[in-house]
Design a protein around this ligand. Structure first.
Ligand code: SF4
Ligand code: FE
Length: 502
């Protein structure tokens, strides 16, 4: 196989893989040519094309092969690397208006790089070197690598080993001299069918009795024993209706599927954790720290929605009304709040023992927590500015009908500078992003991706250092302070350490 360079190379590389993919109760013969799946493939292809049109932003020189590869495969060795990930994510959100599906793999490589290094140091294992060899292979071909983390979890009150059905968490079911076999299922797997490889990882902190669940390994997406069941998205069948107006964003979409593993083999050389249950929490925490600030992707998508709201205001002839301008300012303020906190997390990045840079935990959680709310507020304003037509427009077929089409074009006319069809296209884009196919990524995925809102509140609560802050207040209020507690309150959280480091 040749190294993948362009979007076109990438799309061709996905053909003829014989994946077992179910959609609408039937096997999909070739996902690449399926009208409902193709927009999600186009979104990933854009990550390759951006690497060609803007190599500084979306590619790097591989330290392993010396060749140019996607930034999505790069392990960060500086603050600048972390920041550039965010800039690339915003740009791709702008270009696709949706989820481009590659950040989980990128964040998995980075968190695994430092975790395996520290695991080896303490346990005498050799996972880090194996990971580097795996990375080198992925760099050689410039592959798409997904991260498979979210288990289906069964009864949420029970640890993995206490579940009635052991398969509620992916686990080792068999061993041979050459490797291990795993079974179970991962839910909501972003871009899994559009990847070449995936890294299976535990989904949460594990205890001693959960050892068989403490498995991390690389698996080709077309490995024997894997079945994919495609997730439905709101209005998804519109892309199978033949036109390109009603769908709102005809070219790009996201992808989530359930992945079922039935005795899937992982060879020893691709195993990066096997039983070291006490390192599962380190991996998961580092991963979520990267991933929660990766959600600046939504600020790029937000840019598109703000643009659509401004365009439709102009098409409606109200762009000069002061309340319209103010609403666009509000949308921008909310959108930049997401970006600001995400990129700040990257700017507060620091070096781990492995040399890989980790971003700031507090700010990445604040970023993702904003993402669980602010896109809804931005969407509400977009729907406000779009007007009732966002939800009541007739279909593309009616618009193109020889008799009623003429009438619709007459009665759906706004500002004479624009055609009725252009106005309808922008309204459909707003519909797509706020309640159609791409609302899946912009709204619901924004709530639950990289952990649901409460997960971020727990982390923020852990790091908020109330004792330290109470002391600050008491000193200024002139209250007598018990200085024996000074030691406690002077122990700053990592976050404040980094804030004050000059
Ligand atoms: Fe990347 Fe955003 Fe998609 Fe997650 S939702 S994979 S962060 S584009
Ligand atoms: Fe996600």
């Amino acid at each position: 196989m040749q190294k993948i360079q362009s979007g076109e190379d990438y799309i061709n590389s996905l053909r003829d893989r014989g994946l077992i993919v179910y959609l609408f109760g039937e096997k999909v013969l070739e996902p690449v040519d399926h009208d409902m799946i193709r927009p999600s493939i186009n979104a990933v292809a854009q990550t390759y094309d951006l690497a060609i049109s803007n190599p500084e932003l979306a590619s790097v020189i591989s330290p392993f092969t010396g060749e140019r590869i996607s930034r999505f495969l790069h392990v960060c060795t500086s603050v600048e690397d972390l920041v550039n990930q965010n800039k690339m994510q915003r740009k791709l959100g702008q270009l696709t208006g949706t989820c481009f599906q590659r950040c989980v793999g990128m964040d998995a490589f980075n968190s695994l790089y430092s975790t395996t290094y520290e695991m080896d140091e303490e346990c005498g294992t050799n996972y880090h070197e194996k990971l580097k060899l795996f990375l080198t292979e992925m760099h050689k071909f410039n592959f798409v690598v997904g991260g498979a983390m979210t288990d289906v979890k069964g009864d949420r009150s029970l640890a993995p080993h206490l579940q009635e059905d052991k398969d509620m968490f992916v686990h080792i079911v068999n061993r041979s001299e050459k490797g291990v076999y795993v079974s179970g299922a991962k839910a909501h797997q972003t871009g899994c069918i559009n990847s070449h490889w995936m890294i299976i990882m535990p989904t949460m902190r594990l205890g001693e009795k959960d050892k068989e669940y403490a498995i991390i390994g690389g698996v080709p997406v077309d490995a024997k024993g894997i079945t994919y069941i495609y997730g439905r998205q709101s209005c998804d069948t519109r892309s199978m209706e033949g036109g390109d107006i009603d769908v709102g964003n005809a070219k790009y979409g996201g992808q989530e599927a359930m992945v079922i593993f039935d005795n899937v083999f992982i060879p020893n050389e691709l195993i990066f954790m096997d039983g070291e249950y006490n390192y599962a929490s380190m991996l998961v925490e580092r991963f979520t720290t990267y991933h929660r600030r990766s959600y600046v992707c939504k600020s790029g998508v937000g840019d598109v929605l703000i643009g659509a709201a401004a365009a439709v205001s102009e098409m409606n002839g109200v762009e000069n009304a002061s309340h319209i301008k103010d609403k666009l300012v509000e949308m921008s303020h909310l959108n930049e709040t997401i970006y600001g906190t995400g990129i700040a997390s990257s700017y507060q990045g620091f070096k781990t023992k492995s040399g890989c840079f980790q971003c700031d935990d507090m700010l990445s959680n604040v970023c993702k927590h904003h993402v669980t709310k602010l896109p809804f507020q931005i969407s509400q304003i977009a729907q406000d500015l779009g007007g009732g037509n966002v939800s009541t427009l007739p279909s593309e077929k009616d618009l193109n009908h020889p008799e009623i089409g003429v009438l619709l074009k007459k009665y759906l006319k706004g500002n004479k500078k624009y055609s009725s069809e252009d106005r309808i296209r922008v309204l459909r884009l707003i519909e797509n992003m706020t309640m159609g196919r791409n609302a899946v990524g912009y709204l619901t995925e924004s709530v639950h991706g990289a952990g649901s809102p409460q997960a971020q509140r727990i982390q923020i609560g852990r790091m908020m250092q109330l004792e330290y802050k109470k002391r600050l207040a008491k000193v200024l209020a002139g209250i007598n302070i018990d200085s024996s507690k000074d030691e406690l309150v002077n122990e700053l959280s990592d976050y404040f350490e980094r804030v004050f480091k000059v």
